[in-house]
Design a protein around this ligand. Structure first.
Ligand SMILES: *Cc1c(COP(=O)(O)O)cnc(C)c1O
Length: 486
């Protein structure tokens, strides 16, 4: 409500000094510098002054000013990036950090980040080494590649490969694969940025081998295949396989070898980059990195934090002479991985040396392959624990069957059977509860609203998160009761 401004109130505003030395701000004084605290106090005073002049503030207490200052200070000192509970049922949720790391990967990060490390030190040679060395051998072993390299993310890998091998040349790509993959990664844009000329062939739904064949000129340096990742075409469709592209490139390269033109490369941007065929995914399983290399790709790139289940990274595998050129490209320095990521990636890759171990310990693989009975049991446990503490006149809970998703631009058609706890509110809205769980609970809990109920998908919830969820709901109803009282 606005009324005539109470100018007299301005004179009662406490001074910066009075506020800053208030007993109640002891904690803030110990965690923030005086300059920063003064800035906060001035901002709050300025804001209050403006509100008084606008007539939106008609009474004043030192207490309420102190509360505002404390809240502002708290926002500054508390982490903005913090853990959250993923109750969405989307396993590799890009907004929630995609893949959680295996305990082995976490331990490796902790070990290496705590002190100095052998990041670029070759223990065997007792001399300067290369940061690439820590993961290359394992990657080669796991994918049957000759050589490997990892950079910041797969978008960076695509960019680097295009700029090393296709800048100033033509790269041929099917119109059916000119995809956009969340967060503004578009193949045509990356092409342009890299300096490569994109030659589109085929149509949206069908591209034939002869389309590629016709598009090849003396200036073509690459046949690019992009895994469509987050969408799938069904119906009257046709795409050309890596092995067919390889055959085409081989024919072309026979002629090129006689006239000294650089060879035509086959490169596949595989996107999610599975190292294993997950049986639980059945026919939806993605082609593995090895499948692509065996089919004839000279280079393959994929993400570290999608189906691999490791840290954010872009991994490139393929022929040794090509990888060597990439290692010498200045972009390898620009896009290089830091020691924490390398440690997490190395530890994650080592788990794959024994596939059963990878499936049992890498959270993304576990979430994808956990059988639905066990997901259902967890949903039932959550519902039961909620019922034990929540007022029955306020909520009803039931366990319902739902479909979870892989997310992260992988397996778009794969319906992963799952179970949700469905919570209906009798005296409040699911939106109000959702807001509390995300904004007020110290650990944001992110579910989804469907048909006027809040759904918590048990597939992406960890057993040891159940208690936190139950406590958050308990706190919500306490908060409601208090609000009702006031
Ligand atoms: C996800 C994806 C990318 C981008 O990978 P990031 O690791 O997120 O940079 C590129 N290409 C394809 C086909 C993808 O699926």
């Amino acid at each position: 409500m606005t009324s005539a401004p109470n100018i007299d109130l301005l004179r009662t505003l406490p001074s910066v000094h009075e506020l800053i030395s208030d007993k109640a701000l002891e904690h803030e004084r110990s965690s923030l510098s005086e300059t920063i605290l003064v800035d906060i106090v001035r901002a709050i005073l300025g804001q209050t002054r403006a509100e008084i002049l606008a007539g939106t503030c008609t009474s004043l207490s030192q207490d309420s000013l102190i509360k505002k200052i404390a809240l502002e200070a708290q926002q500054l000192t508390q982490p903005s990036l913090r853990p959250a509970i993923n109750a969405t049922g989307i396993i590799m949720h890009t907004n929630l950090g995609r893949s959680a790391l295996a305990p082995e990967a976490l331990a490796a990060v902790n070990n290496v980040a705590r002190g100095y490390s052998t990041l670029e030190y070759d223990v065997g040679a007792m001399a300067r080494g290369s940061r690439h060395s820590h993961i290359e051998e394992t990657l080669c072993l796991l994918t049957c590649a000759e050589a490997a390299l990892a950079v910041n993310n797969n978008a960076a890998a695509v960019m680097m490969i295009l700029s090393e091998f296709a800048a100033g040349h033509e790269a041929v790509v099917s119109r059916g694969e000119l995809v956009e993959i969340g967060g503004s990664f578009r193949i045509p844009d990356i092409m342009e940025l890299s300096g490569a000329t994109m030659v589109e062939v085929g149509t949206t739904n069908k591209t034939h081998l002869r389309d590629y064949h016709r598009a090849i000129s003396a200036n073509t340096s690459m046949l690019l295949k992009v895994h469509p990742s987050n969408y799938q075409m069904v119906g009257f469709t046709e795409a050309v396989s890596i092995s067919e592209l390889k055959t085409l490139a081989d024919e072309e390269n026979k002629q090129r070898s006689t006239n000294n033109t650089p060879p035509l490369l086959v490169y596949e941007d595989l996107g999610s980059g599975a190292l294993l065929h997950l049986e639980s995914l059945g026919e939806n399983a993605e082609p593995t990195v090895t499948d692509s290399l065996t089919a004839g790709a000279d280079l393959v790139s994929f993400s570290g934090d999608k189906l691999l289940g490791g840290p954010q990274a872009g991994i490139i595998v393929g022929s040794k002479h090509l990888i060597n050129r990439l290692k010498k490209n200045p972009l390898a320095r620009v896009l290089r991985l830091d020691k924490m990521t390398l440690a997490a990636l190395e530890a994650t890759l080592k788990l794959y040396l024994k596939p059963e171990q990878a499936q049992a310990t890498i959270p993304t693989l576990r979430a994808l392959s956990e059988d639905s009975d066990s997901v259902q049991k967890r949903a039932i446990r959550l519902a039961k624990q909620l019922n034990e503490v929540l007022p029955p006149q306020e909520v009803t809970t039931e366990v319902i069957e739902q479909t979870a998703r892989a997310g992260g631009g992988a397996l778009p058609l794969c319906d992963i059977p799952s179970y949700c706890v469905r919570i209906t509110f009798l005296n409040t809205t699911p939106q109000a509860c959702e807001r509390f769980l995300i904004q007020t609970n110290p650990l944001p809990i992110i579910g989804r609203i469907h048909n006027d109920a809040l759904l918590l998908d048990a597939r992406t919830i960890d057993e040891d998160e159940l208690i936190t969820i139950v406590q958050a709901f308990e706190n919500y109803f306490k908060f409601l009761a208090k609000e009702h009282h006031e």
